[in-house]
Design a protein. Structure first.
Lengths: 137, 141
């Protein structure tokens, strides 16, 4: 069970941060939404500041302290492009990603977010299964 | 004040992702690969986050308004419509292809710059395509 202590602590920190953000700003913490605001909204200041913080916090730990699993070798550029396009378009059409639907939405028991999370996790699992049989990577 | 709180929220959210190794697409793919060497880490991450989140929403119900804003800006829709399902299917396919969702994709700009830059540029293009389409449909109505 020891290998799941860090994921649990990380998850508690993610939940505490989303709650702190909700209490202070009144808003739901969803990365895809904040990223879209940073690009397309007139008032970009706060979303950009959030994303800079996210990148600092997310890269700091991984670079200073070794992680249990190694990062993958650089993968096929077309796989990454297809992935980015689908994530970018899909999260806008579906109004959220793992943070907005998966964490914040389920936390407030939103039926839309519960369904969205079940759908995107299932679709991702099926994709991983199919990709195993394709000559990419 | 809003600026500082927003910056701190970003930093701690990023630290949470990194501490749980969700910034590493190999760990995420390990969770999504149920027929392989399955890595259930993501369940602990989401379980931990949702436990705190549920308590947060219970406390919020007793708060009259947020600390730094006049009112709450929480989504109120409850209907399950086609865009929600279609969008989530497309997002899931993209997520399953690389193991990156938006947060870990952004942190990859530093952790793994080649992959991060390619993924994020494509993500912005996908988001721009949606923006362009939805502008056009609004004009038609």
């Amino acid at each position: 069970m020891e290998e799941y202590i860090n994921p649990l602590i990380g998850g508690l920190l993610i939940g505490a941060t989303a709650t702190f953000y909700l209490f202070s700003t009144g808003k739901v913490l969803g990365i895809s939404g904040i990223l879209a605001q940073a690009i397309f909204k007139k008032d970009k200041m706060l979303p950009i500041v959030f994303l800079i913080g996210l990148i600092i916090g997310g890269s700091f730990y991984g670079n200073l302290i070794p992680q249990m699993t190694a990062f993958p070798e650089n993968r096929n550029i077309w796989l990454l492009i297809a992935s980015g396009l689908l994530v970018g378009y899909g999260t806008r059409l579906g109004s959220g990603c793992t943070s907005g639907h998966g964490v914040c939405g389920i936390s407030r028991l939103s039926p839309r977010s519960i369904i969205a999370t079940i759908v995107f996790i299932s679709s991702a699992m099926i994709t991983v299964y199919i990709v195993k049989f394709l000559p990419i990577n | 004040m809003s600026l500082l709180i927003t910056l701190l929220s970003g930093i701690f959210f990023g630290l949470g992702l990194a501490y749980s190794e969700m910034t590493n697409p190999a760990v995420v793919l390990g969770f999504l690969d149920i027929t392989g060497n399955w890595n259930p880490s993501l369940i602990f991450v989401m379980g931990g986050a949702i436990t705190i989140g549920l308590m947060g929403y219970l406390i919020r119900n007793r708060m009259s308004r947020p600390w730094l804003a006049l009112k709450w800006a929480i989504p109120t829709r409850r209907d399950i419509d086609a865009p929600l399902i279609k969008g989530s299917i497309l997002f899931g396919i993209g997520w399953g292809l690389s193991g990156y969702c938006p947060g870990p994709g952004l942190t990859a700009l530093v952790n793994n710059p080649y992959e991060g830059i390619v993924f994020i540029v494509a993500l912005i293009a996908g988001s721009a395509l949606f923006q362009y389409q939805s502008k056009n449909t609004t004009k038609l109505q």
